[in-house]
Design a protein around this ligand. Sequence first.
Ligand SMILES: [Fe+2]
Length: 487
Amino acid sequence: MSRSSCTRVYILGACDYADYEFVKIDQNNSTWSMINLRRQLEFRYYSRDRNCAGNYHLLAKSPVVEPLNYNEPTQVHLAFGDRNDQMFVSYVTNSNQLLPQCQYGLDSTSLDFQMSGTTVTYQASDMCEGKANVTSPQAFINPGFMHTILLEDLRPLTIYYYRVGNNEHGWSPIYHFTNRPATIDDEVNLIAYGDMGVSPIQSGAKATIDRVAARIQTNNITAVLHIGDVSYARGIGALWDAFMAQIELTTSYVAYMVGIGNHEYDHITGGDKDPSGAPGEGGFRPVWGNYGYDSGGECAVPMVHRFHSPSNGNGLFWYSFDIGPVHIVYYSTEHDFRRSSPQYNWLENDLRSVNRTRTPWLIVGSHRPMYTSLVVIDLVGLMLQLYIEPLLYTYQVDLNLYAHIHSYERTCSMYQHQCVENGVTQVLIGMGGHDLTYGNYSGAAWSVYHDIEFGYTHIKANRTHLTFNYYHTEDDRLVDQFQLKKS
Ligand SMILES: [Fe+2]
């Protein structure tokens, strides 16, 4: 036996867990919050060799335990709707028998307004292929019922207190959010990153989201931008519960706006289940791409049932929204982005129609990188430079954010491998908590700063200035900063 063991809730195999914790051999006791998985659970204590992935054996197990309330409102999260005065409020319980409700108001002691919402769920058979379809042994677990209420007629920059649930099942704690600003004269604070996953298997995830949650409580943050590779559940249903619980201290206070990554979407078969409506069995699979089955067969089904977005594009796959002086556009690198594709046409139309007098700042987010000076073979990046970069340059995008490679890198204002005035600043922000991508850098002249650490970014924008800050998770230290200006 090695120097340490792990305690875990066993579902399927060595790494197919709901939650676990590494326990030091000299540790007398250990406590952590149990995720309400709406079922009975057993805690097991295992020896291990390395990373819970190889030879291990059962040392002890707990009595069966169960949640006090199977219908406790859990996984509370917010997202922007189509209009500035709208906010989606979502949560999960074990029941679809009662109307989901949100009580809200301008004071925590008087939640005078009430709205009802809708309920959805999904089955293993709703997903495309692979592990996601497996019900025995249980890769798939019943995901519960996802409830969503759309609040409307919200005032900008106003604090709303709210809770979700109902009198029979119980209510969540009272949370609050500040509705997004609506004019060019308002300042906006955003957090952005990609590639997070669930702690502890992704060692930086919990530490990063804890930093983000703390910043949200003290820095007037309006929204979090998570540009793909969200939970890394990859077909293990309980990991979605674990991830949503992990981010709840953030998502119950600010809108959590997600984009699509390969680990949410990529699949090879089962295309008739694909909620994006992409043609073919496996969606976008050009000969130069390296699109595999990275979602474990989920093909974004768990994602689209949990998260929400404006409806001006194609669901979570591509959409855009305004926050004060900023227009933000998400597109999918997992879908056809070549000229004449539906997504390309939508993206060009959206970029063309931005009113820069109202929203002078234009930020684009997607998952796979357009540029990195890490030495990697990446034909997708070259194709993004061929098809998408001219669009971004033509329509004077200020910031292009992407992830997928798990590190940070920032370029000069650039176009087609050259630093230019009035170009696009490209920022790789894939350091959100999954493992890190190590490698050698090419020394490209357009690369201004890079490092390989866990971290997150904070974007502050007003009418004339956009300040971009990159913090390390470990010590919350500011390690890169730049500012863009408008006249
Ligand atoms: Fe990725």
